[in-house]
Design a protein around this ligand. Structure first.
Ligand SMILES: Nc1ncnc2c1ncn2[C@@H]1O[C@H](COP(=O)(O)OP(=O)(O)OP(=O)(O)O)[C@@H](O)[C@H]1O
Length: 252
């Protein structure tokens, strides 16, 4: 088990509870899909998981270590192991930086503390070539700026950057929502491939139940800040599904 979330409650200042007694796990190498209507708390959950937002009560363990009250200093090595890929790759990349500089940013911030196994390289150039190769982009992209890439290519760059520190968990928050249907399929296949190759764990958030079904081994459904259903993907059409899950399936 890589992530263990137990009884998490979260509200924003002055708001009602956005997350209500949320519990689930993410297993090593697994993609856990997360679906639910707009505003049900999916992104809030992602932010709490990555300690970008504090929680009110409950616990979140990453590799057996409780992270909800760790100091920033103790959290640092853990942060490196958890990455997030957002919906909009244009907003995630600095327009003034060449692709190679965006890709080097995480490792340079660590100032030699990176502990990499999969990527073995002798120079920055070699590292960038490998990062681009793993997301199936030509090495020539390194010297381009984000605006000189297509949306799908830009999202591959943000994925390359997310895996550059060899994380164990990646939260994918609607990673293909801004892409056309063909690029969506290609990027999802790439992500699935990377999960197997690097033994990554994903929390894959999407409105697209078909994409979640394609990518995930288990699926979690949220409604109004609560987990209403959590099941193996083979059981999606089982009679035991929650009425709300059935409703989501019926509109697909
Ligand atoms: N920083 C914030 N301060 C106050 N309220 C917030 C904040 N961020 C989110 N919310 C509220 O929390 C609720 C859940 O939002 P969240 O973004 O987690 O939902 P979501 O399920 O990810 O939605 P979507 O699918 O539309 O992205 C919403 O009612 C939203 O208005």
């Amino acid at each position: 088990m890589i992530v263990d979330v137990q009884h998490v409650t979260k509200s924003y200042q002055g708001s009602k509870n956005i997350l209500r007694d949320v519990s689930f796990t993410v297993e090593k190498g697994e993609c856990l899909g997360l679906v639910g209507e707009s505003g049900c708390g999916k992104s809030t959950l992602a932010k709490c998981l990555l300690r970008m937002e504090p929680i009110d009560s409950g616990s979140i363990q990453f590799n057996g270590q409780a992270i909800e009250s760790l100091s920033e200093r103790k959290l640092r090595p853990i942060r490196r192991k958890m990455q997030i890929v957002f919906q909009n790759p244009t907003a995630s990349l600095n327009p003034k930086l060449k692709i190679k500089d965006s890709l080097l940013d995480p490792i340079e911030q660590l100032k030699g503390e990176a502990d990499l196994n999969y990527f073995q390289f002798t120079s920055k150039k070699d590292y960038i070539r490998q990062l681009l190769e793993v997301v199936e982009l030509p090495a020539s992209m390194a010297d381009r700026y984000p605006h000189q890439l297509s949306g799908g290519q830009r999202q591959r760059v943000t994925i390359a950057r997310a895996i550059s520190m060899e994380p164990e968990l990646i939260v994918l928050d609607e990673p293909t929502a801004s892409l056309d249907v063909i690029s969506q399929g290609v990027v999802l296949e790439l992500l699935d491939d990377l999960r197997r190759k690097l033994n990554l764990s994903y929390l894959f958030i999407s409105h697209d139940l078909a994409a979640v079904h394609q990518m995930s081994q288990r699926i979690m459904v949220m409604k109004d800040g609560e987990v209403t259903d959590l099941f193996d993907k083979e059981d999606i059409f089982s009679d035991q599904r929650h009425a709300y899950t059935k409703e989501l399936i019926s509109i697909f």
